[in-house]
Design a protein around this ligand. Structure first.
Ligand SMILES: Cc1cc2nc3c(=O)[nH]c(=O)nc-3n(C[C@H](O)[C@H](O)[C@H](O)COP(=O)(O)OP(=O)(O)OC[C@H]3O[C@@H](n4cnc5c(N)ncnc54)[C@H](O)[C@@H]3O)c2cc1C
Length: 645
């Protein structure tokens, strides 16, 4: 591998990770971590950026504990954080179904589902805490689906043979977020949390090696202010929008994480992207957003394509024996519920063979005819009604009568800022939670586990671990005119002045769309050495052109969405390049990262444990990124070739 793309630095270690029997590690860490007594908590200030499930749960819990919290989001209400869009459900090892589930099985499924690229200690903690999350949310009044007798209902998600997914129809994220939001608003009313909506964090402030504050822009007035605290928590979500088209909300971006990365926070496994198998196929070039059809639909929907190439008959006219239920055929043990990476690649494979359906042959069927015949239309509507309505509104086709057409799309990013077991980045005082950290999902996240992780981090993990850091505080007061504060602020003002002063002729969106196409083509579902090298060159050229030709209209001191986007797209360029470098250096296939040169004879992902059993934590430098490897050890779930057959 050409070394001019990056250089290798010292390994990085998770010094907070406890050892000993895995089931005792979290308990031991909680006991060994220092506490802050209630009277002292009132003297400590914590910034939480983000009001999604990870941020709202953390801010509410820290407020309840008595810390003084400043909470930020760029939307007009905390309730509009992207978490509101989550559809299918949240996992927990409650074993209410008595179908063989346990904390250990959830732990095992998640380590295996992540293709053995996550930390055992973290994943075990997640599985343990999962059961507490459900109790917490039920106590808040989250209306999880219930069975006729009143008990909480469960369904199955990919990569599991048990039913452990709790859900509220196809609106689980919304209901969970409303629960967290109520807890948050209670603290706002109590005066422990100050809420700042429509504010965007544009820089991290580091004083004497510690994260001490942020620079924010008021998105309505354009005013730039700084906020100083004893610790900063980023719960700013994922960066799937680097691909332009994704199932993420249009506002999702990487700026908070990227600014922290530029200040020294390591970015881990940036190339691990999740491509979700069941999204509504793209309908044309005009499109700026893709829509997810929840994985829960694979509980009852059957995925198929015609057996014959180029068969363009209506689905209802294709007889049963001329259909290929390829997931059931190839993976009989898990069938339609194989994990996302596997289902996505299988869909791409049948479309590449010329057996795809719909416009451009980029689609496969997800068919509910059997489920409707077996359960009745009302029962299917009760489980998935809002998803069916959404599909109908977007495509004009009725999924009760005609199979849905689906195709894989970018959905989630497993990579993110590197954190230790305490969720602290390598910058003291900077904590990262939820999708923004690289966390617990390895190279592929199992469905219904992002909500679990975000709430685990926010309600249970961070509030316990951050006290070990805050026990050394309050830290020395930092004045507004401190050199570090003034420099961070100047950086933000200079960037804004550059964009507004640039004499360009091309819109921000046109650059973003082009960047997204490069990322999807070369760093999407399948990657090759040649393609990634090409992509790095294309991204660098496009970035140069962006700085020469981008046109941002409007002024600084007003609501200016062009300006907001320009800053975000500038950061996406740098991130996109790092993603390609990360993907290029990892010459193995694993999980969501499929490297064409590394596959088994039957086309499955082929890992290279000998060389790549590590987390790739990247350090920013102005020249080339520096790779720090964190070795992964497996004592409880031995890496094997994943099989769902
Ligand atoms: C369509 C869809 C369906 C999904 N369904 C499921 C599901 O059923 N089950 C599941 O487990 N997972 C699901 N996921 C994944 C899951 O929803 C997300 O991973 C999770 O909600 C992320 O939560 P978060 O709190 O980390 O971030 P988000 O909810 O994205 O919140 C980010 C917050 O950070 C704020 N923010 C970001 N940058 C800045 C900045 N610079 N300044 C100020 N504020 C900032 C935003 O305003 C927002 O408040 C789904 C994802 C999608 C796209």
């Amino acid at each position: 591998m050409s070394m001019d793309y990056y250089r290798e630095g010292d390994p990085v270690a998770d010094t907070k990770a406890p050892d000993g029997p895995i089931a005792e590690r979290w308990e031991r860490r909680r006991f060994s971590g220092r506490l802050v007594n209630p009277a002292n908590r009132r003297k400590l200030r914590v910034i939480v950026v983000g009001t999604g499930l990870a941020g709202a749960s953390a801010a509410a819990t820290l407020g309840e504990l008595g810390y003084r919290v400043a909470n930020y989001c760029f939307q007009d209400s905390p309730r509009r954080a992207h978490s509101i869009a989550a559809q299918g459900g949240i996992n927990a090892a409650k074993n209410y179904r008595n179908d063989g589930d346990s904390v250990h099985r959830l732990f095992y499924d998640t380590v295996k589902g992540g293709d053995f690229r996550s930390r055992e200690s973290n994943v075990h903690r997640l599985a343990e805490v999962s059961t507490e999350i459900i109790d917490q949310c039920v106590a808040q009044g989250v209306p999880f689906a219930r069975e006729y007798g009143g008990l909480l209902d469960n369904r199955s998600f990919g990569g599991a043979q048990v039913s452990r997914t709790f859900y509220a129809r196809g609106q689980t994220g919304q209901q969970l977020l409303l629960g967290a939001y109520q807890a948050l608003e209670r603290q706002v009313a109590a005066g422990t949390v100050e809420m700042h909506t429509r504010h965007e964090m544009l820089e991290l402030i580091i004083v004497e090696g510690r994260a001490r504050g942020i620079v924010v822009r008021d998105l309505v007035t354009g005013e730039i202010t700084t906020e100083i605290a004893d610790a900063v928590v980023l719960a700013t979500g994922g960066y799937g929008n680097v691909f332009f088209l994704s199932t993420n909300a249009k506002g999702c971006n990487v700026t908070a994480s990227w600014r922290a990365h530029r200040q020294g926070a390591y970015f881990a496994n940036p190339c691990y992207t999740q491509i979700h198998p069941t999204c509504i196929p793209q309908s044309g070039d005009h499109q700026s957003k893709l829509t997810l059809m929840s994985e829960s639909l694979r509980n009852d929907g059957r995925v198929w394509v015609p057996k014959a190439h180029g068969d363009d008959r209506e689905p209802g006219d294709i007889p049963e024996d001329e259909r290929d239920y390829y997931l059931e055929r190839r993976y009989p043990a898990f069938g339609n519920l194989v994990p996302r990476d596997i289902a996505s690649r299988a869909a791409k494979a049948v479309c590449d063979e010329g057996r795809g359906v719909g416009p451009g042959g980029l689609g496969v069927y997800l068919d509910f005819a059997d489920a409707i015949a077996r359960l009745g239309r009302d029962a299917v509507a009760a489980k998935y009604g809002n998803l069916f309505d959404m599909y109908k509104r977007i495509t004009g086709e009725n999924p009760y009568e005609r199979p849905m057409r689906i195709y894989p799309a970018v959905h989630y990013t497993m990579g993110g800022l590197w954190v230790d077991y305490d969720l602290q980045s390598n910058i003291p005082g900077l904590f990262v939670t939820g999708e923004a950290n690289f966390s617990d999902h390895g190279a592929n996240r199992l469905g219904a586990s992002a909500l679990m992780q975000g709430l685990s981090d926010g309600y249970f993990v961070l509030p316990n671990t951050i006290s070990d850091y805050l026990a050394d505080g309050p830290f020395e007061a930092v004045a507004e005119d401190h050199e570090a504060v003034a420099a961070a602020r100047r950086d933000v003002e200079d960037r804004i002045a550059f964009f507004l002063g640039n004499d360009g002729d091309r819109s921000v969106d046109s650059f973003h769309r082009e960047l997204g196409k490069i990322m999807w083509e070369y760093c999407g579902m399948e990657r090759t050495d040649e393609g990634l090298r090409k992509a790095i060159g294309l991204i660098r050229d496009l970035k140069d052109e962006f700085y020469k030709r981008v046109k941002v209209t409007g002024k600084a001191a007003e609501l200016n969405q062009q300006l907001e986007k320009a800053g975000r797209v500038a950061d996406f360029f740098e991130l996109g390049e790092l993603m390609c470098i990360d993907a290029l250096h990892r010459t193995e296939s694993c999980g969501g990262h499929f490297r064409a040169e590394s596959q088994t004879e039957d086309g499955e992902a082929l890992r290279d444990d000998e060389r790549f059993s590590y987390v790739a934590a990247w350090e920013f430098t102005e020249e080339a990124p520096v790779l720090h490897k964190e070795a992964l050890e497996f004592e409880y779930v031995k890496p094997t070739q994943r099989s769902y057959k």
